[in-house]
Design a protein around this ligand. Structure first.
Ligand SMILES: [Zn+2]
Length: 313
């Protein structure tokens, strides 16, 4: 991607003004912290296929409805699917600018947890970020000429079933418009992690437009990781490095030939993005997290979508 184009987009972006629902407010660390606390301590462990997972989906639907998303207007979709061992889980998709024929983006956060952990960073904090992005954008965001699916998915922890069901439900026309999926999983960090924002991916487009597995890409990056890194550089002064790694909801997107990346916090040592020590442990609690890292994750994703949308105009 030519350097001058990034420069032009950055200049256009500086001139552009967000006119979305609560753009002047921005993402808020206290709101994300409160939502993370509610999910982990009021609902608790949210294992796929359980009453607690369904209760989480009800709670999210209540919030999104209050924000103006509605099934009648085509901006809220709740769908059930079968996951591991014939259990039933659900996805809840809030659509910003439903019916737009512009580029389509998806932001994903799974709301289930493993049975051994309250799952604060994996993945209640990401759900809190996505809910705050819903507050920021609302169902209609006039200054962003694109469609954004805010995908709250179930049943990640037992095999990425929610993301797989979501991708399987995209029409061919939607896939053709799909410019990238931003998957949040472990998308906040604690000070003890000594972590940085990174992206992980499994595939992307070659210069001729063909989709290829990551090891066949000329560089370990795709359109999503480049945009996140540019946004992170702009917002924090540090670009987000990319790694070739699976183990999350970005895999079903890559399997369908769609560009995607996991946007997460990792301690990077010896060239490898290490998972935090509390991963899938009872110690993964809301009190451990620095919610400013969650805000940066969300801001980088919204900014990356803005950069990619400007690039298509
Ligand atoms: Zn997770």
């Amino acid at each position: 991607m030519a350097q001058w184009r990034w420069g032009l987009w950055a200049m256009l972006a500086v001139l552009s003004v967000f006119l979305c629902a609560n753009a002047e407010v921005g993402l808020d660390a206290d709101r994300i912290a409160a939502d993370t606390l509610y999910l982990c301590e009021q609902i608790g462990i949210r294992e796929a296929g359980t009453e607690a997972e369904r209760q989480t989906c009800d709670w999210l639907e209540g919030w999104l409805t209050a924000l103006g998303f509605s099934s009648g207007a085509g901006s809220l979709r709740r769908t059930a699917f079968r996951s591991l061992e014939e259990k039933t889980s659900e996805n809840l998709i809030a659509v910003c600018n439903a019916g737009s024929q512009g580029p389509l983006f998806t932001i994903v956060a799974h709301y289930d947890s493993v049975s051994t952990s309250p799952g604060a960073r994996d993945n209640a904090a990401a759900v809190g970020i996505l809910l705050d992005i819903a507050r920021l954008l609302g169902p209609e965001c006039a200054s962003l000429p694109c469609e954004i699916h805010l995908a709250f998915v179930g049943s990640e922890e037992n095999g990425y079933h929610g993301a797989r069901s979501y991708v399987a439900g995209l029409s061919e026309a939607e896939k053709a418009r799909h410019q990238g999926a931003f998957v949040m999983d472990i998308s906040a960090a604690s000070p003890d992690d000594h972590a940085v924002l990174v992206t992980t991916l499994l595939g992307g487009r070659l210069p001729d437009g063909q989709y290829a597995a990551a090891e066949r890409l000329p560089a370990l990056e795709n359109g999503v990781t480049r945009a996140v890194s540019a946004a992170c550089q702009e917002l924090s002064g540090i670009g987000a490095p990319s790694f070739y790694r699976g183990e999350s909801d970005h895999q079903p997107f890559h399997d369908a030939g769609l560009e995607a990346a996991n946007v997460c916090w990792r301690r990077v040592e010896e060239g490898w993005p290490w998972l935090p020590d509390s991963y899938h442990q009872a110690s993964d609690t809301p009190q451990e997290l620095d919610y400013e890292t969650a805000v940066l994750t969300g801001r980088c994703i919204v900014r990356a979508i803005e950069l990619l949308t400007l690039a298509t105009q």
